[in-house]
Design a protein around this ligand. Structure first.
Ligand code: ADP
Ligand code: MG
Length: 230
């Protein structure tokens, strides 16, 4: 094991869905460690549990067994309010569909999570505009999501995910909904942002070429994680 600190440590993770008769165990003892600054691709067929794993890692849902350690903190037994606080301060999440707030502008979508975390409005606005400029979207700051293209929406969603300077970025097929050319462009910006900021990242993708640009790739099979040679 490297001497670098481990940002995400998933240990013996289990997740069973269903109550009352119908049970489906999706994760059956999954293990994964991601070090500071490491970028890992999660490549596996649909239905194998990628979203389940990412939602558990992102503290969006509680696993049935095992644990998720964020910066060495075990989280499964934490109370909801502590999990929420840790998620807000340490984790950024990008969905396949942008999940931006439709009634707010691009800039406001980046300001909201900062203000929820206690950042004053003027500071949040400055940071929002910096991030949008970095994503080459400063000219779209006042546009609502419906006035943006699919690629632009995802670039705003990526900027929003890092607005609170998390240590871990989780992305669930972030370019899966885009045409190949736009996908390459958006992924390129995501890649550059992760590398420049020294974030750790776990990114689910079906695109082997994109996966090949990351430090390593893992797959999910039978509810367990294993290394994947691309
Ligand atoms: P992937 O993201 O790799 O396509 P998912 O994690 O979305 O896989 O789903 C894994 C399996 O768990 C699928 O069979 C799916 O139908 C099932 N599943 C996902 N979410 C739920 C849920 N909330 N309730 C019941 N089954 C679910
Ligand atoms: Mg999925």
């Amino acid at each position: 094991m490297s001497s670098k600190s481990i940002v995400l440590n998933i240990t013996d993770l289990e997740r069973t869905y269903g109550e009352g008769g119908h049970f489906l165990t999706v994760l059956k003892g999954a293990n994964l460690q991601i070090c500071a600054g490491e970028m890992v691709a999660l490549v596996a067929p649909s239905g194998t549990g990628k979203s389940t794993l990412l939602h558990s890692a992102g503290l969006l849902e509680r696993p049935s067994g095992g644990d998720v350690h964020i910066n060495s903190k075990p989280t499964r037994e934490m109370k909801d309010s502590d999990r929420t606080a840790l998620r807000r301060s340490s984790i950024g999440f990008v969905y396949q569909f942008h999940h931006l707030l439709p009634e707010f502008s691009a800039a406001e979508n980046l300001m909201v999570p900062q203000m929820v975390a206690g950042v004053p409005k003027t500071v949040a606005k400055t940071r929002a505009l910096e991030l949008l400029t970095y994503m080459r979207l400063d000219h779209r700051a006042d546009h609502r999501p419906s006035e943006l293209s699919g690629g632009e929406q995802q670039r705003v969603a990526i900027a929003r995910a890092v607005a609170n300077a998390p240590s871990l970025l989780l992305a669930d097929e972030p370019t899966g909904n885009l045409d190949p050319e736009t996908s390459d462009h958006v992924f390129g910006m995501l890649y550059e942002l992760v590398r420049k900021s020294g974030l750790s990242a776990l990114i689910a993708t079906h695109n082997h070429e994109l996966a090949g640009k990351m430090d390593r790739a893992v797959t999910l099979d039978g509810g367990k994680i294993s290394d994947l040679k691309l």
